[in-house]
Design a protein around this ligand. Structure first.
Ligand code: UD1
Length: 361
């Protein structure tokens, strides 16, 4: 069989890496070889947002880079579609596997489906219910046309069933982002950027959601509130390129330590040791749940409710009062106890590859 794997943006690299390693492990012992090609759309292209992830996660060089770069949503999506259609025209495949919810995910799924190629969506079925989130549109479109769904939770399965997907097309496998985490925990690296900073009790902060960072007043209110509530503890803030543009005067903050986006293994080091993580990311809600590190999510909703119901996550939204209460709880070590969702055990990718071989082997 031949499978084409798609990765375009930072979180995709984390999700695709263990799938490639599981294919390689399968091929080493099986007579049923899984041939694959890795397509990098080039949605993320900086060393810090892309290459360093290939190195840390030991991902082989992509077979092709579509080099689309940053544009408006329509233009980025369109450029990926045009380039990927050309690629598929000369590179036959049995199925296209997409991960997550970024523009690259949706664009490549549409192209493959229109060429009558089977589409497999890893992390299908997530729903935030928030149609102002570009990722929610990407999820709905991708899931409407995917043939098979590898899911992270029973809640995701429920969404797919309600949308009319038959049971034989859904497989709860666990979480490939957690596979990467499990494989990498022994290799974490202390970032140079935090040398000399007291890391006994600190927060880790990430912000890149358009709703939090595209409005400068909103972003600055958030930062000044967090700076105040940290009560003298350091807040390490690796700044996503999208956020950099809106930051203004960084010297206004006494506790926030601004650093460039970090390589995967360095970010893991900080996440693992943090007293809490404050974030608007999707994947970090899952990683902190696995690590049992308190997570304060600065969003009104989440497509990953199991991280709240079972895990260490809490939705704070934009309520600065709720943020104050949550940070006080962390500072007095009264955060809720939590558990890890079923099948988030580091073996999701093995289950995916076994199913792919069953389907197309
Ligand atoms: C994208 C994903 C988001 C994911 C995030 C992780 C979509 C709709 N959004 O958001 O779900 O959580 O990636 O990072 O696909 N830029 C650089 N260097 C890069 C890439 C981007 O400087 O390597 C800058 C560009 O100025 C660009 C901006 O970041 O305009 C945003 O990049 P883009 O890929 O459009 O979306 P993200 O906000 O990164």
């Amino acid at each position: 069989m031949h499978i084409t794997l798609i990765a375009g943006a930072r979180p995709n690299f984390v999700k695709i890496s263990p799938i490639i390693h599981a294919i390689q492990a399968h091929n080493a012992v099986s007579s049923e070889q899984v041939n694959y090609a890795l397509v990098h759309t080039g949605q993320h292209y900086d060393r810090q947002m892309s290459d360093s992830f290939f190195e840390d996660l030991n991902i082989p060089a992509p077979d092709v880079n579509l080099n689309v770069g940053s544009h408006s949503h329509a233009e980025q999506t369109a450029r990926i579609m045009v380039a990927f259609e050309k690629y598929l025209t000369t590179n036959a495949t049995d199925c296209v596997l997409v991960v997550g919810d970024v523009n690259s995910t949706m664009a490549c799924a549409i192209v493959a489906k229109k060429m009558n190629i089977k589409v497999v969506h890893v992390e299908g079925g997530l729903r935030s219910g928030d149609m102002t989130m570009p990722e929610e549109v990407n999820r709905l479109v991708t899931d409407a046309i995917s043939d098979y769904f590898f899911t992270t939770s029973e809640i995701a399965n429920g969404h797919l069933r309600r949308e009319g997907v038959s049971e034989d097309r859904i497989l709860l496998v666990g979480n490939t982002m957690i596979d990467s985490l499990v494989n990498s925990l022994g290799k974490v690296k202390k970032p140079m950027a935090v040398e000399g900073i007291d890391l006994a009790d600190y927060y880790l902060l990430t912000l890149h959601r358009p709703s939090n960072v595209d409005e400068q007043a909103q972003l600055l209110l958030l930062l000044s509130t967090i700076d105040e509530l940290a009560n003298g503890r350091k807040v390490i803030f690796p700044i996503h390129p999208r956020t950099t543009a809106q930051l203004g005067d960084k010297s206004l903050y006494k506790n926030i330590v601004f650093v460039t986006p970090l390589p995967y293994l360095e970010f893991l080091y900080l996440m693992k040791g943090a007293s809490a993580v404050i974030t608007d990311s999707g994947g970090i809600q899952e990683e902190t749940t696995f690590l049992k590190v308190p997570c304060l999510t600065l969003r009104e909703n989440t497509e990953r409710p199991e991280t709240i119901e079972i895990g260490s996550n809490e939705l704070i939204g934009m309520d600065m009062n709720a943020l104050a209460i949550a940070m006080a709880k962390i500072q007095s070590q009264q955060w809720k106890s939590s558990a890890i969702p079923p099948l988030w055990d580091g073996k999701a990718s093995q289950r995916i590859v076994a199913k792919l071989v069953e389907l197309w082997g």
